[in-house]
Design a protein around this ligand. Sequence first.
Ligand code: FEO
Length: 396
Amino acid sequence: MKPVKISRGVFWVGAVDWNIRDFHGYKTPRGTTYNAYLIIDEKTTLVDTVKREFAGDLITRIKDIIDPANIDYVISNHVEMDHSGALPEILKIAEKAKVVCTAKGKEGLKKHYKQEWNFETVKTGDELKFGEKTLKFVELPMLHWPDSMATYLVEDQILLSNDAFGQHVATSQRCNDKVKEIDIMDEAAKYYANILEPYSGLIPKAVEKIVAMGIAPRIIAPSHGVIWLENPMQIVNAYLEWSKGVHRDKVIIAYDTMWHSTEKMAVAILEGIASEGVTAQLFHLRQSDWSEIIKEIKFSKILLIGTPTINNAIFPSVSGFLEHIKGLRFKGKAASVFGSYGWSGEAPGAVVKRLEEAGFQIIDQGLRIQWVPGAAELAQCFEFGRKIAGQIKGSI
Ligand code: FEO
């Protein structure tokens, strides 16, 4: 329960949530952290809080450094409750503290907590000097909520970036130079694909804005996961690359199946793709981590959806998955469909429409097989896979 010193007068006082496995739908097999930072100077500033049930951890860590009643400012970079949940508890103790946030942040906090706190709203470029140290604010609307902002600690060159540049991992060490057991960049990519992908178009502009403000971080301290202490620009450069769209030579097959017929098709298609030397990955939609599938789609060229037809419609898990990927607004991806059916086989046609609505380029109207695929039908699936692989080779 000890705070962790990040820089002179700057401490991590957040919470580690080792056991969370589902973060409002995002699967978190490695848990997560809620990072909050205490900055000590003539006045005392807390940057962000933690999820409500971890308020005790936050307060204990703060008490190890100062009496939390002496907090002068709480910077609320983002309204979402994993960062603001402990704000009511903190403000009960730090009665005179000002809550510093964007105008949208104030609106959101008032609506969430029904409280008239002592708010001070800030805009991009505004500064708050609280002794030798200065905070500079950067609004980051829609990265990933309208209220989002980042806070820069000027003298220490620490960018407190909130959700941006985060990863959902729980670790015993706080900084990337000490965390060797996890591929942090891979977790950051999963986080990007699942949370920031729809807002990719805003990322280069946000980075430009930050650079134009003279912000050159020595440390990037997000609100989830590990702090980027060693080579912090690696994550900024990765975001710039990911925001352009990354389409590697890979096919993702996401399917569900009732009596294994669509599954047999999926495997035969995968073998056809692989026979052409192209990488493919297979995911059963009720047995796989959707957040992981989303990451793999982000870094692939083609998505193949497999669905049985049930009650003249798409299988429910497949339908839910299609709705989910529509919201993520992938760009520059291609797709097709396959599925087994018993009577009428409407599902693949319906999937094509849904994939188009989700922004995918349809490269083939797909393959339907009636009843259980036998040797001849499996050979058709294999050929379908080869044809899909050919699209990759021809770069679609
Ligand atoms: Fe980590 Fe948007 O909250």
